[in-house]
Design a protein around this ligand. Structure first.
Ligand SMILES: CC(C)(COP(=O)(O)OP(=O)(O)OC[C@H]1O[C@@H](n2cnc3c(N)ncnc32)[C@H](O)[C@@H]1OP(=O)(O)O)[C@@H](O)C(=O)NCCC(=O)NCCS
Length: 432
């Protein structure tokens, strides 16, 4: 599905026009227009100006994204948008399957135009456009956790900032039978994409990677001084020589003690348990390194259980992949569930996309049928809570204690949690 083909949302266009602003799409084949949009996007995140090469890469690899801007004809440089957003339809892994998600990125409003409703107009237009395109879920990763709840988004996955004191840890995990080898970033990009793809299909909360995302994660796309020179890549091949895992990492020097450098893991994927153990053993046993840091770890990393001293590791968790259910029936029917159950859930939604009362009937095989009903609900929650619970990464029991879910019939919270629990902890291992 090409997100660029949907028309501009008239409601937001009119609201912005009343404020002297124009909402429009960038023709991404127009290099100057794209460069102006990139300038606004980078400036919005206080980043330095994008290099020519970065704009080239954007045009070559990410031009297919719906690239939206807001322009103000009265400013000194009116070609540069005062607000940006990019979106595309991605494949989100859910327990037992996958669902189309309207991925939203590059949300910026120029400091000169902040807090007058521009972001709200953009976000609402993205959601209405996704609904018009029949996409059941919207998604984003966020700079600040305070912004998106008001639009119905909830944090559906967490990431951990994992640090391992490698001088103390010791390895007590499995010893893999394959081999680890250094590869260039280019070779990794060419040989390991299938590994990442298999890993993401097995991980709820994870996303398919387009060429741009894949290249930026393995270091072949991006500003020159941010990438390749300091990155190293290792790949794990199983006994048959098949690539099954890889890690891209950077060494951060400890100038006062050369035996205590830090390794920053930028991107790590494993398609098999063997590969996972091999990659982590390699990192934990690196000489001249005292600390391994991985700031997009899962909330449930098995490596903790592979260390002789589990207290050599520490993890600080925070919200990461925010989801917004737009179509309750399509979203809930896309995933599988635990034991057979029947639950009536009332969903409230200020923007009304997901509002209603729904019966979820889980069959023996774990699949569900969702129907609108006027039966009295077992549980009531707003759409942000439902979105946070969607992948099984949070528990309704916990959200009820926080006042975000209301139980009308005793036992409903436990039944909800038993149904929604996922075997694999939801995880997204990058930002977009
Ligand atoms: C965040 C940002 C996009 C907001 O743009 P904006 O046009 O000022 O936002 P709006 O005026 O439309 O505000 C919409 C609502 O969000 C709230 N809001 C906006 N920015 C917020 C923030 N940083 N923290 C908390 N609430 C925020 C507003 O108070 C408003 O609330 P209300 O409608 O419920 O009254 C803008 O400040 C920005 O570009 N920041 C830097 C880049 C960034 O962090 N982007 C987000 C990437 S995920």
């Amino acid at each position: 599905m090409d997100a660029r083909t949907f028309p501009i949302d008239q409601q937001s266009a009119e609201r912005l026009a009343a404020d002297g602003l124009r909402l429009g799409l960038v023709d991404t084949s127009d290099r100057e227009a794209l460069a102006n949009w990139d300038e606004a996007d980078y400036r919005g995140f206080h980043d330095r100006r994008p290099e020519q090469e970065t704009i080239d890469q954007h045009q070559r690899l990410a031009a297919y994204r719906r690239t939206t801007g807001v322009w103000d004809a009265s400013i000194p440089e009116p070609g540069i948008p005062v607000a940006t957003v990019a979106s595309w339809v991605d494949e989100l892994t859910v327990p037992g399957g996958a669902v189309d998600a309207w991925a939203i990125s590059s949300v910026t409003v120029a400091p000169t135009h902040r807090r007058r409703g521009v972001a709200r107009a953009l976000l609402e237009s993205e959601l209405r456009t996704a609904v018009a395109g029949g996409v059941p879920v919207a998604s984003l990763t966020v700079s600040e956790a305070t912004i998106y709840g008001r639009f119905g988004f909830g944090p559906a996955t967490q990431v951990g900032d994992l640090t391992i004191d490698t001088k103390r840890a010791g390895w007590s995990g499995p010893v893999a039978s394959g081999r680890i080898g250094f590869v260039s970033l280019q070779t990794l990009a060419e040989t390991a994409r299938d590994v990442a793809d298999r890993a993401r299909r097995a991980t709820p909360g994870d996303f398919a990677l387009d060429e741009h995302l894949w290249g930026s994660l393995v270091g072949t796309v991006g500003d020159r001084d941010k990438q390749s020179a300091s990155l190293r890549a290792v790949r794990y091949d199983d006994e048959r020589g098949e690539p099954q895992g890889f890690a891209v990492y950077k060494l951060v020097e400890n100038k006062s003690d050369f035996s205590k450098h830090t390794v920053d893991v930028r991107y790590l994927r494993a398609a098999t348990d063997d590969a996972y153990a091999a990659m982590w053993r390699f990192l934990v046993e690196l000489d001249l390194v005292a600390k391994v840091r991985y700031d997009v770890a899962s909330a449930d990393e098995a490596v903790l259980w592979m260390l002789r001293d589990i207290r050599a590791a520490s993890v600080t968790l925070h919200d990461h992949h925010w989801l917004r259910v737009l179509d309750v029936k399509a979203a809930l029917e896309a995933r599988t569930y635990g034991p057979p159950a029947s639950l009536v859930i009332r969903v409230t939604d200020d923007l009304s996309f997901a509002r209603g009362t729904f019966r979820l009937d889980v069959s023996d095989g774990g699949s569900a049928i969702v129907t609108a009903t006027d039966a009295s609900p077992d549980l009531t929650m707003n759409v942000a809570a439902l979105s946070a619970l969607y992948l099984g990464g949070a528990k309704a029991t916990t959200l009820a204690r926080a006042g975000r879910v209301v139980e009308h019939r005793p036992g409903s919270l436990s039944r909800f949690d038993a149904s929604f629990r996922a075997d694999t902890t939801p995880h997204l291992s990058f930002w977009y």
